[in-house]
Design a protein around this ligand. Structure first.
Ligand code: BG6
Length: 517
């Protein structure tokens, strides 16, 4: 780049816009009905996100919001509650001017979700506030910001009251956790599909809204140098780490029921796993991409009890220290049983039975109260077959590609070079591409991105019925095995450690080790 060149000029030289079809990408006027509109999720994530989307002027076509909850609030009181939430949880300093404009679009309906009359009232309110699109249709998005056990009731009511496929053109957004196991996920899918068509259903996994997760597809399928070696011929093993330093925060009751496998492995990690391992889709279209991810999930090697006992590791944190600060153990957290067996750590080895990956272990680990927050994927390459550098070659480090999803979004390639002035010393270096340093621009946080996609009717980053069930089919045997054989050693890692000793042994006994950037 010459000194005089502005960043914009530079990017326009390198930016290649692909002709990905953009039909259906306009945001038509819509009304979003938020069930659980005054609840935790709505206040912390949903409404602050819609506020920032609004601020960007992408909702110029017209919209309205209707919170539905049993809190007995008036429209005005609801606006006050949400104002407080945007102020507290918004990602940028509060902006009174934008708020004044935005608050005019907020409405509230108080009532019980079991009350049929309320659904009649709901129809009237939506009919009043919805702005028809250019074809005269009233578009409605239902957002289930509810405890998962309540969602089926609401979906049934929407169907009974002809609000699912009746006079409005509708979509429905369903939050995770999507079911509690395979059977309940199938049941929930059945209820949803009885009321809506699959292409009206947006199952959210916020990991898919992360730009760096989406980049996995771009990185893999636009670079000859990587795609050609992305297979069992060159790769020794793949590692996926989703580490969190936070504990369970205010969610003790939820976590007691969920545990780490339901909370992170079944959804976020399985999605990353699918993207890393899938075959190229035949085109960049929602269903083609989702088809390929599904094929990978279906090809996961069957795991019997012997396999599970040997290659799956569970853990729960005890008291410890994170960055010099003492923290309580899981069993001491609020709303957690002092004898709880809920796992807060998972490590395991998976195989994919297909031509690309046969024999390549995929090691996965995730946990709460680990030393740091990092999500990354490491692909470790095989060693060269010849030991050109004599004995030093025995200790040569392998080449590694590291895709860091967060906190810093970057891609690193690790390779060996000659150490200056030495005769035979090899030094391993990282060639790093850092998103923020290169692009210096903000991307939408995951929730905003996914909401915009749903408003536009783009299903690419949402989870399909068959995929959600397949992800459960993978983790269900792990859950049954663990729940049928409660651990005797919990808590088995101290807060601030990288999980229990068994997680290290999982790799060490195969002469490998966990990689961190
Ligand atoms: C949520 C889990 O889905 O993802 C939380 O329920 C977890 O337990 C969170 O903390 C992690 O998300 P992120 O985007 O911070 O990695």
């Amino acid at each position: 780049m010459s000194v005089m060149e502005s960043p914009d000029m530079m990017y326009s030289r390198f930016l290649q816009t692909c002709d990905i079809p953009v039909e259906g990408k306009r945001i038509e006027p819509f009304t979003m009905v938020i069930f659980g509109g005054a609840g935790d999720l709505s206040q912390r994530k949903l409404l602050p996100s819609i506020f920032y989307i609004f601020r960007e002027n992408v909702l110029a076509g017209g919209f309205s919001l209707l919170g539905f909850d049993r809190t007995g609030l008036s429209d005005e009181q609801y606006r006050t509650v949400i104002k407080g939430a945007v102020r507290e949880f918004g990602r940028e300093p509060f902006d009174e001017g934008t708020w004044d404009e935005f608050s005019g679009y907020l409405n509230f309906l108080s009532g019980d979700l079991e009350d049929d009359e309320k659904f009649g009232e709901l129809r009237k309110r939506v009919d009043q506030i919805a702005i028809p699109d250019s074809n005269g249709n009233k578009n409605v998005i239902y957002y289930m910001a509810l405890p998962p056990q309540v969602t089926p009731l609401v979906v049934k009511k929407l169907k009974e009251h002809n609000l699912a496929k009746g006079e409005f053109r509708t979509k429905i957004i369903v939050e995770k956790p999507f079911g509690h196991d395979l059977r309940s996920a199938e049941e929930l899918n059945k209820i949803l599909l009885d009321a809506f068509d699959e292409n009206q259903i947006y199952r959210i996994d916020h990991y898919l809204g992360k730009d760096s997760v989406q980049n996995i597809i771009f990185f893999r399928f636009t670079n000859t140098i990587f795609e050609e070696i992305w297979n069992r011929h060159y790769i020794d093993n793949v590692q996926i780490t989703v580490a969190e330093d936070i504990g369970i925060e205010h969610r003790g009751a939820f976590y007691e029921r969920a545990g780490v496998v339901r909370d992170i492995v079944q959804n976020h990690i399985m999605q990353i796993f699918g993207l890393i391992a899938m075959e190229p889709p035949i085109a960049f279209k929602a269903d083609f991409i989702r088809d390929e991810k599904l094929k990978i999930l279906r090809a996961v090697h069957h795991m019997d009890e012997g396999y599970l006992d040997k290659f799956m590791v569970s853990g729960q944190y005890g008291p410890g220290t994170i960055r010099g600060r003492p923290v309580a153990g899981y069993r001491e957290e609020k709303n957690v049983s002092p004898i709880s067996n809920a796992p807060t750590f998972f490590a395991g080895k998976f195989y994919i039975d297909n031509l690309r990956w046969a024999g390549v272990p995929f090691y996965i680990r995730t946990g709460k109260r680990l030393p740091t927050r990092i999500t990354e994927i490491c692909l470790q390459f095989k060693q060269l077959p010849v030991k050109l550098f004599g004995r030093t070659c025995d200790t040569l480090e392998p080449n590694i590609i590291i895709l860091t999803i967060q906190p810093d979004e970057k891609i690193a390639l690790r390779f060996g070079v000659k150490y200056p002035y030495s005769e035979s010393h090899i030094y391993h270096v990282n060639m790093v591409f850092n998103y923020n340093e290169t692009f210096k621009m903000k991307v939408h946080p995951p929730y905003e991105r996914l909401l915009i996609d749903c408003m536009r009717g783009d299903l690419t980053l949402f989870v399909r019925e068959d995929t959600v069930e397949e992800m459960w089919a993978i983790v269900d045997p792990i859950l049954s095995r663990w729940e049928g054989n409660p651990p005797e050693d919990f808590p088995n890692y101290a807060a601030g450690d990288w999980g229990p000793a068994a997680a290290y042994q999982l790799l060490e006994r195969e002469n490998r080790k966990w990689i961190t950037s």
